[in-house]
Design a binder for this molecule. Structure first.
Ligand SMILES: C[S@@+](CC[C@H](N)C(=O)[O-])C[C@H]1O[C@@H](n2cnc3c(N)ncnc32)[C@H](O)[C@@H]1O
Length: 351
């Protein structure tokens, strides 16, 4: 072996020796971040309004300084919080854009999504992923909980609420990104049905931005029965596999990725029947996996695909070619794709 080849092999070995620990303790990041949300660390620093010392933070949270110090050391090392001197010149903890996303409320909060994904109900199916791969078609979620995620949520309202809150926090981030990045998608629309709209947060943001828009929040009856009242939005319960309320356009955010191709085609056909033949369209907000070029969100999209494998029966993230295929099979004549500042892209499918 040439010297450079030997060196390269040695460097790879050395790197592997370090990298393997990422996987041994891969869960730690999620667990510590969940701990920070449960304790309300970001909320406490935010309401303090300036950097907090360890003793200020521990007395505000009602916990002992020593374990909190270790949690904060970990989170600072990951760049989630940062060190900053207080006005008295003592070492303190300060917020970063990332830690603000751990606040329980606030416009960029992603806490509800972290609390959903780190819940025991969502974590258990991950542990039988290999069985899911070996017996393709056997859902990890069903093996863990005896029914699919939507039936489980119907019979366990607390889990249903975790899902609705998680989806709402994503909506509060991604819908403004859409309004900013491609407002023309809503041009000429006077009514919009949000299919699988959850607790109606998406339409709440949309009707506020476009007050002339009449929103129909369509979801399973047990979901809309607990959705709040939103001015300009009507809650309608039903089954998207049977029929979808009529509107100028239908909106599907993070719905189709929960389903296999045949189910997507059925849902899209129902949406196609619901919208106007000449000026109607179906707006799909879901990830598009790039086949050639990778972007900075490719890792997230591939992780989301794994989550679909763990949590749904046949759901998956799709490449543009795969999207084209289900949209075409559902009878749409053409579609366009818009990239926005988010994990999801915006696909418009025209009858
Ligand atoms: C992943 S959530 C997405 C929620 C929302 N679109 C969002 O992204 O904020 C999927 C939604 O599909 C709804 N859903 C599942 N099966 C449905 C059905 N057969 N008919 C209508 N909605 C359904 C669920 O209740 C859930 O609210």
């Amino acid at each position: 072996m040439e010297k450079t080849q030997r060196e390269e092999k040695w460097n790879e070995e050395e790197q592997a020796e370090v990298d393997i620990w990422k996987y041994i303790f891969g869960f730690t990041e999620m667990a510590v971040v969940k701990c920070a949300i449960d304790l309300g660390i970001a909320d406490a620093i935010e309401s303090h309004g300036s950097p907090m010392t360890l003793s200020e933070l521990s007395s505000s949270l009602g916990c002992a300084p020593s374990p909190l110090y270790r949690i904060m050391r970990f989170l600072m090392h990951r760049g989630i919080f940062k060190g900053k001197l207080t006005s008295q010149g003592s070492p303190g903890y300060a917020q970063t854009p990332l830690s603000r996303r751990l606040m329980k409320h606030g416009e960029n909060s992603m806490a509800a999504l972290i609390l959903l994904e780190s819940s025991p109900v969502m974590l258990t199916p991950w542990l039988s992923l290999s069985a899911r791969v070996l017996a393709d078609g056997t859902s990890s979620f069903e093996v863990a909980h005896g029914e699919d995620i939507w039936s489980y949520s119907a019979s366990n309202p607390a889990h249903g609420q975790l899902i609705n809150e998680a989806m709402a926090c994503d909506a509060r981030v991604i819908v403004p990104a859409m309004i900013h990045g491609c407002p023309e998608v809503f041009d000429g629309l006077s009514s919009l049905v949000d299919v699988g709209g959850g607790n109606g947060e998406t339409l709440k943001v949309l009707v506020k931005a476009f007050p002339w828009l009449r929103g129909i929040n369509f979801d399973q009856p047990h979901v809309v029965s607990v959705a709040g009242v939103i001015s300009g939005v009507e809650n309608v319960g039903g089954d998207m596999f049977e029929s979808v309320p009529k509107a100028d356009a239908a909106f599907l955010k993070w719905v189709l990725h929960d389903w296999g191709d045949n189910e997507c085609i059925q849902i899209l056909k129902k949406c196609r029947q619901a919208v106007l033949e000449n000026k109607g369209k179906v707006i799909i907000v879901d990830a598009v996996i790039e086949e050639a070029e990778k972007d900075k969100l490719t890792d997230v999209k591939l992780a989301l695909d794994m989550a679909m494998m763990a949590h749904t029966n046949k759901g998956k993230e799709r490449t543009l070619k795969e999207w084209g295929s289900v949209i075409g099979e559902a009878g749409f004549s053409r579609y366009t794709v818009k990239t926005i500042h988010a994990v999801q892209s915006v696909i418009e499918a025209f009858p």
